[in-house]
Design a protein around this ligand. Structure first.
Ligand code: HEM
Length: 375
């Protein structure tokens, strides 16, 4: 009786051992139960890193892991081969720290500066008053106006949806709650992705239409030295079609918008577009020593930082442009509204351009420049 029980127990034990051995051999892929270093995640096969009680220090191994040690994976996402990407921590600290904080402060300063300017200077009027006969001059044709509004409307939605991505969870989420914020952010992100394309088209067209009027010229320094005459009445430095301030806005929009577009495309297509290694290699020609061997994830992290930085600078400056183009200056909005601006406004702000237009009109006998008001 006792012998048969012992025999059964020994049989069960042997079976359990065989099953365990079979499982282990299948798992390790070796009848000798050898475990590769990577599988064991430590120098000693089967050892738990740090030991179960965490008593064993494995500083070398963790240093290697934190240094971005890379293995191989057979899944499509090759980035999964990096066990821990420690740069991500630095990236998150910069993005949620100085970038967001200084960005927010910069936007606030921009708004406060505009309010202060309005309180001190008030609305900039046409010093000589509107043309007594109501004469106007064509400032921007239909194509120019359409392009302006293509860029402006897409930029405004991109700016608002982008700010929501950066600050929404702190500012909007507590006000409207998680459900509404989820929906808002979902559609916001979709718009942000798709409106990048009309924005890019607008930037290219704006460049082609206006570049010849935005080459820096001899009047620009005088204009800048006199603060564009914006701070005192009856001061109007000579200006061609675009003054120095407008030229700065133009180049900010073209170069900043171009750079926003490039980094935005890199974020949309991280597999195909990785601009930083090349950019750094170019900068290194001038004596810098930037890394040029970047992983896809590092490329993406740099693009996020740059994209947000350029966007914040552009938004802060464009707020000023919107103010001066609408509330801040009598008569300006007509340039991008009907396209015809008051003749006195044009003479005060762009005298050299008006002279040119009137000379052209005189030479051709056409009505392309100044026109009488419609009856
Ligand atoms: C509601 C928003 C906006 C208003 C009211 C506005 C108004 C104006 C006005 C009145 C002008 C013509 C100035 C002149 O005749 O000398 C102008 C030109 C221009 N706008 Fe806008 N704009 C707005 C948004 C934008 C945005 C978002 C951008 C780009 C991101 C932009 C880029 C430009 C550029 C590059 C010019 C030509 C250079 C200049 O005049 O500064 N605008 N805008």
């Amino acid at each position: 009786m006792t012998v048969s029980i012992l025999r059964k127990l020994a049989g069960a034990l042997a079976l359990a051992l065989m099953v365990t051995y079979g499982g282990a051999a299948t798992f390790t892929g070796s009848p000798m139960l050898e475990v590769s270093q990577a599988e064991a995640q430590s120098g000693v096969a089967g050892e738990i890193p740090g030991s179960p009680r965490g008593a064993l220090s494995q500083a070398e191994m963790w240093r290697a892991v934190r240094g971005g040690i890379e293995g191989t994976v057979s899944i499509p996402d090759q980035q999964a081969a990096v066990l821990v990407q420690s740069d991500g921590e630095f990236w998150r600290a910069v993005k949620n720290g100085p970038l967001s904080q200084f960005g927010g402060i910069f936007l606030l300063i921009s708004v406060v500066a505009i309010v202060a300017f309005y309180l001190l200077r008030g609305r900039i009027r046409i010093d000589h008053g509107p043309d007594p006969q109501g004469r106007t001059i064509l400032r921007f044709n239909a194509l120019e106006r359409a392009v302006h509004w293509l860029v402006a409307s897409s930029f405004i939605v991109l700016a608002l949806t982008g700010l929501n991505i950066l600050y929404g969870r702190y500012v909007i989420l507590p006000i409207i709650g998680p459900e509404a914020f989820g929906t808002l952010s979902y559609y916001g992100k979709l718009s942000h992705n798709y409106l990048g394309f009309p924005f890019m088209l607008g930037i290219v067209m704006m460049f082609l239409l206006w570049v010849r009027n935005n080459i820096p010229g001899k009047h620009d320094l005088v204009w800048l030295a006199q603060g564009g005459g914006l701070f005192s009445k009856n001061l109007h430095p000579p200006s061609p079609r675009f003054n120095a301030g407008q030229k700065l806005i133009f180049w900010l929009v073209v170069l900043g918008g171009g750079s926003l577009s490039a980094s935005g495309l890199a974020l949309m297509f991280p597999d195909q577009i990785q601009p930083w290694a090349g950019t750094f290699a170019f900068i290194n020609y001038f004596g810098a020593n930037l890394p040029t061997d970047l992983s896809m994830l590092q490329e993406t992290q740099l693009s996020v930082i740059w994209h947000s930085f350029v966007a914040l600078v552009m938004i802060g400056i464009v707020i000023g442009h919107i103010y001066i183009g609408s509330l801040g200056m009598e008569g300006a909005i007509d340039a991008v509204g009907s396209g015809h601006v008051d003749l006195n406004w044009a003479k005060e702000h762009h005298n050299l351009w008006v002279e040119e237009e009137l000379a052209k009109e005189g030479a051709s006998g056409s009505q392309g420049g100044a026109r009488q008001p419609a009856e």
